[in-house]
Structure formats: C-alpha cells, structure tokens
Design a protein around this ligand. Structure first.
Ligand code: 5FX
Length: 531
C-alpha cells in the first residue's frame, strides 16, 4: 500500500470510533474500530454513554473519544499503514453532542508534543468532562424558553429548520449555562462532536460545518449564519464561544505537526470539515434527489435530499452536506433497534428467525390492530410508553404475541411515512427506498416497509456509510480546491440491490390505516402530555 494515494474517513459514533481508508478508486483498503465499552472499560460506559439517575440526562466522557483516537491511530501504525500516502481526511460524529474547551486549550492544541498520546496532553482541556449527547432529553424547560423567545415553535423551525428539541445543542448549552455557570464561563470554545474531532487533527479550533450546525437550533439555515435571537435566548457570549461556521466541504487546513511527527502523515495532508453522522451517511449512500434513505439502527433515521426547505413541527431540515445550496430532511426515531430487540425477546424467544416467520404469516394491516412502542421518550413524536388499539379503536392492554410483533413493525414504518409526508415528501412511481443499518438484512421487516410506503426497497452493498461518506467527502473537498466539481460528478451512483417490492393490495390496506394511525397517535400524545 506504500505508493498509492489514500483518503481517510473517521466516525465518532455513539458506541464506537471507526476509521476507513479508501484508495484513489474509492475502494476500501483499511478498516478498523474501537468499541468504547469493550476497548475502553475504564470509562464504564454502556453503549458508549452514561445514562444518569434522572434517566433523562445522557452523557459521554470526552476523554474517552480522545483516547479512542489514540488507540485507532496506534493500531494503524502497528499494521504498517503508510500515513504519508493520505492526501486528505475528513470525519463525522454523532449529531448534537457538545464539547466544552476550557480557557487556554487553544494554546495546548497549537503545541501538541508528539511523544505523548492525545489523551494525556488534553486531559485538563475540558471545562465539562461529560459531554451531553444526542440521547439526552433533559432540556424541556430550555426548549420552551427558546421557542417562546423567538415567537413559537414554527417560527423557530422556519429559522433553524427544527422546532426546539431536547437533544439540540443550543438547548444543551443553555442547560450547562444554567446549571454549571462556572464551567460555562471558563469555556473558550464549544464544539460539536464533529468539529471537536476535526480540531484534534488540525491542532486548533475547527469551525462547525453548516450541515451539523443545523442540528443546534441556533443556525439560520437559509443565511447560514448564527441567529442572534437564538444565541441570546440560550446563553451569553455564545457567538464568540461557537466561532465561525463553514460549508461542509471546506478544506480547513492540513494536519498539525503532531500527526506528521508521531505517525508520519504528509505535511500536505488536508483536513476537510467534519460533519454529523446523518449528513455523512447521505454522502456515503450517494443519495439522489427523490430517494428516501431509511437507516434501521440504534435509532431509526429517515433522510432525503431536498431543494426547498419546508420546516415542519416534527422532523428536521439541515443544510445539505455535499451541495451547500441544497438541504436534507431528517427524521429521527429513538426507539429503533432496542425496541425491536425487546419485542423479539418477549414475543419470539429472542429469535429473529421466529420473529420474521411471524411477519410472513400475519396479514398486512394486522386486522386493524395498531401499536405504539416507545420504551424511552420518543423524539418523533414526543411520547412515551406502549399503547395498543384494537380494530375498533379501543385501547387494549395486550395483544397476542404474533399481533404484537406485526403491530410494532407496522407502527414504526407508518410513523415514518406519515412524518416524511408532513415534511413535504411525495411518494412517486419512481420512488426508491434505500435501507441500511442492522435490521436492513431482515427481508420480512423490509417487506412491511415496502408495503407501507408502496415503493420498492433496495439495500446498499456498503456498510458504515457515514464513515465511508467522509472518505469521499475528503476526496471531494480536496478536488474542489482546483475545480468546482460536484459530488455527483466525482462519485457515480451506488450499486443497489432490489430486495422487495410492495404487495399489490398494500396501498388499499394501508391508506385508511395510516389515517387511523395518525388519529390514534394524537390520543397517545395527549396521554403522554397529561402524565
Ligand atoms: C439525529 O438527529 C440524531 O440525533 C441521531 O441520529 C444521532 O445523530 C446519532 F448519532
């Protein structure tokens, strides 16, 4: 691998840090990951996070992420990887999480000594050692305050692309300011997980990119500048602490001397702005206008490329990570895999095989039985608990096991269709659904997805789309320096595998059911509010 040129992508996700190297043909030549729970047990995380006693506050130790980078780079070095061949690198992080750099840290970043690992050098650089992450839902009060100060939820959505969400960074910063004022005042820079990781590579504070910056309830997604009213509503001096915002394909500079001396990186190795994991996945999947990507992982997400933002009260509009004048719509559902696994354990003795068999034997539409399964407070919609309705719209406390399994899967996908349509998405004859993530290998689950959307479902022969997307973004960002070439011109569409097509009777069954699902959902939300 000595002479070829390479591009690197890093993914600081919730449970692990991943790295991928691609060659000039964009084939993967190196891949590795560090699992936070297993490889860094000294931090005592579960699934990469600490859930606090209130069950609402969720954080990750920032030094765990730093140490994971030390480990992954050391392993790459031991494997003989030629760092001098890397032309550019970029990366991604779980969205919304925030990192608080203590006064004086910029000077430390500027002069990292190559004989020491980063976690030793940076150990006293953080004014908040436990970073709030996207799973946190403890900032309801801050959300209300922000929405009120700009004239209501729709107004906030019109400016920032989303109404106030608990996990969105502005509200998290506001909570830190209120509850840890001293730490806040000692903070010189606030980064997102993505820009924090980029900062490690450039040895300076890296700017936040437009796309990940759209997940903060602070950025005006049309002007691409911080919105003064939002900043003021969250915390004082926030503009200085956040620094500038840049387009997601900006070359921020080159790697710092630390990486040249410690690992043998070339002094010309460019660092392209890091972005959020969902935007990075859009790049990795090489999504085309009109496609709808459904990622079935820890959280389920659904995203699409759009030209015109139409912010709604549920869901998010972000700046597009590969074409900065365009946008992407995102819906995030917290009760994804963990909920499916829970029902699998309860209703099919922990076996996916039995679970799938039930799906193939039960009728589409579940004889009118509908279910809402929110083990933890859901993001879309804001509701919690398990709620079941029989065919007569009456609430029931239990379903037979096979009905329960189908109600869960149908409910999860009906919610996705309803919310995508509310964001302006229209299912057309040419609509393609691109499924990724753990559950995308389950054909019976995908059949339900296909039936409910009345569209064919394809899978993509790529894993780790966010991480891979960043190696592509690194290459694209670098090439933009010499010519204004579009991402789609550099990367041809990804190869898809058609897995399932909708059953002919599906649309007729699900059209009325979708309407009923939306009505029952209003009742569920009403109940959650009154709890
Ligand atoms: C998106 O808004 C989310 O909160 C999640 O998908 C995180 O980005 C997961 F890392």
């Amino acid at each position: 691998m000595a002479s070829a040129a390479h591009y690197l992508g890093f993914d600081f996700s919730t449970q692990q840090l991943k790295v991928i190297a691609v060659n000039e043909e964009f084939q993967v030549v190196y891949e590795d990951n560090v699992q936070f729970d297993k490889d860094l047990p000294e931090f005592g995380t579960q699934g990469g996070v600490h859930v606090h006693n209130d069950k609402l506050t969720v954080t990750s130790p920032v030094l765990m992420w730093v140490k994971a980078l030390d480990i992954i780079l050391d392993r790459m070095k031991s494997s003989g990887f030629d760092f001098s061949s890397i032309k550019a690198l970029s990366g991604t992080g779980q969205q919304h999480g925030s990192v608080y750099w203590k006064e004086g840290s910029r000077a430390v970043l500027n002069s990292l000594q190559p004989e020491f690992p980063l976690h030793t050098l940076l150990q006293s650089c953080f004014s908040v050692s436990d970073s709030p992450v996207w799973m946190d839902s403890s900032t309801t009060a801050e959300c209300q305050q922000l929405e009120e100060s700009v004239g209501g939820p729709q107004e906030l959505a019109n400016i920032t692309g989303s109404r106030a969400y608990e996990r969105f960074t502005g509200n998290q910063i506001s909570k830190i300011y209120k509850h840890k004022p001293e730490a806040y005042h000692q903070t010189e820079r606030i980064s997102l997980v993505s820009s924090f990781a980029a900062s490690l590579f450039i040895g300076d504070y890296a700017p936040i990119d437009y796309s990940d910056g759209s997940g903060m309830n602070l950025l005006d997604i049309r002007n691409k500048t911080w919105n003064e009213k939002c900043l003021e509503a969250c915390a004082p001096s926030l503009r200085e602490k956040l620094g500038p915002v840049v387009s997601s394909s900006t070359v921020l500079g080159t790697v710092s001397v630390y990486f040249i001396q410690r690992f043998g990186f070339s002094c010309d190795c460019s660092v392209v702005a890091f972005t959020g994991d969902n935007p990075a996945s859009l790049a990795g999947m090489r999504l085309e206008d009109g496609d709808i990507a459904v990622s079935l992982g820890t959280s389920d997400t659904l995203f699409l490329w759009i030209q015109e933002p139409t912010p709604a009260l549920e869901g998010h509009i972000f700046c597009n990570p590969v074409q900065s004048q365009d946008y992407m719509a995102l819906l995030c559902f917290k009760n994804g895999s963990l909920m499916r696994e829970k029902i699998r354990d309860e209703c099919s003795s922990g076996s996916w095989e039995k679970f799938s068999k039930v799906l193939s034997l039960t009728p589409p539409g579940n004889n009118g039985c509908l279910g809402f399964y929110f083990d933890v407070m859901e993001i879309t919609p804001h509701a919690v608990g398990v709620h079941r309705f029989n065919g007569e719209n009456q609430k029931v406390s239990e379903f037979p096991k096979d009905v329960e399994i189908r109600a869960l899967i149908e409910g999860q996908f009906m919610a996705k269709r309803i919310y995508a349509e509310r964001l302006g998405y229209k299912i057309m004859p040419q609509t393609r659904i691109l499924a990724t993530g753990g559950a995308s290998c389950n054909q019976e689950i995908l059949q339900v997805l296909s039936d409910i959307f009345n569209a064919p479902v394809h899978t993509i022969a790529i894993a780790n789309s966010a991480c891979l997307g960043c190696s592509y973004r690194a290459a694209h960002g670098l090439s933009l320096k010499s010519s204004p070439i579009s991402f789609a011109d550099v990367f041809k569409p990804v190869e898809l595998k058609l897995v399932v097509t909708p059953r002919p009777e599906a649309e007729k069954i699900y059209q009325p059911l979708l309407k009923r699902y939306a009505e029952c959902e209003s009742k569920v939300m009403e109940e959650s509010r009154n709890k």
